[in-house]
Design a binder for this molecule. Structure first.
Ligand code: CUA
Length: 301
């Protein structure tokens, strides 16, 4: 994650402002050090010159007022530079939860496409993230795409972002939300608009579940009381939607790379992997049963 490696215009403006602050702050720091040096070690003449009230008036009052006023005006102009269209091209609802992200894409027909912890967006199109939280304050932050915005219970915050460079951009919850806050990450995949449209059309089609032992075990173990797999009786909404789990790059809010082995580890030893997370460990399952459920989930694409 790098604020200084922008992948879109919003992050670009922040990077520009950051560089100005870094360089300007560094120059002022060097100037203060130099004045301090001459005030302590300089010749009698220079020490005498630096002891007058003029230095307080200019360096302590006039200079900061001028610099901070200039920065304020520049910052306001920079942040307000882009006129936004009234309607975004795509609206994605993101709900911060302890300790994962519920993601739901607004479909053109008004329905919702549910997912979790991974957000795909089309390049060059304006995306509005609708940010909410049902529990405590979280903060949505994908540094390569833009600034952070808090997710506050009882409020709806909106963040418009555009990506203009394809890639996978990691984000992180930026507000301490208890327990495994540090392990609450996400990924944004910016892809060409045509590919995104094709993916979305495919992703919203019914999930095909081959009747497999893992799928039967998944339902029999009660996983469906917290998780949804579209097209099955699993319709829980407490935990992440698993309908296309195998398609995602990462597991457990970008904690582990996606693989059947890691899903199996998370089912039985999730508290070691992400201490404090709200999913109980299912250690009563045999290794064979765990592997069957994990491979079923890894094949949901
Ligand atoms: Cu969610 Cu910190």
């Amino acid at each position: 994650m790098n604020v200084l490696d922008p992948a879109g215009p919003d992050a670009g403006r922040l990077a520009e402002l950051s560089w100005i602050l870094f360089i300007g702050g560094g120059a002022i720091f060097a100037l203060v050090l130099a004045i301090t040096f001459f005030a302590m070690q300089g010749s009698d003449r220079s020490r005498k010159r630096l002891s007058g009230n003029w230095l307080v008036w200019t360096g302590g009052i006039a200079f900061p007022v001028a610099v901070l006023t200039g920065l304020l005006v520049y910052g306001l102009l920079l942040m307000g530079a882009e006129s936004r269209p009234a309607e975004p091209d795509l609206r994605v609802h993101v709900e911060g939860r302890q300790w994962w992200w519920r993601v739901s894409y607004e479909e053109p027909d008004g329905s919702r496409l549910e997912s979790a912890n991974e957000i795909r967006i089309p390049l060059g199109r304006e995306v509005e993230f609708v940010l909410t939280s049902p529990d405590v304050i979280h903060s949505f932050w994908v540094p390569s795409l833009g600034g952070k915005l808090d997710m506050i219970p009882g409020r709806t915050n909106r963040l418009r972002l555009t990506a203009d460079r394809p890639g996978v951009y990691r984000g992180q919850c930026a507000e301490y939300c208890g327990g495994p806050h540090a392990l609450m990450a996400l990924e944004v995949i910016a892809m060409p608009a045509g590919e995104f449209d094709a993916w979305r059309a495919q992703a919203s089609s019914p999930v095909e579940n081959a009747p497999a032992r893992g799928g039967e075990l998944f339902l029999a173990t009660g996983c469906g009381s917290c998780h949804t797999v579209r097209g099955t009786s699993a319709a829980g909404t407490i935990g992440p939607d698993l309908s296309r789990l195998g398609e995602r790059r990462q597991l457990a809010a970008a904690r582990l790379p996606m693989s059947a082995e890691n899903i199996a580890r998370f089912i039985t030893h999730g508290q070691d992997i992400k201490p404090g997370n709200l999913m109980p460990e299912f250690r009563f399952l045999t290794a064979d049963e765990t592997a069957a459920i994990a491979s079923y989930l890894a094949e949901l694409k």
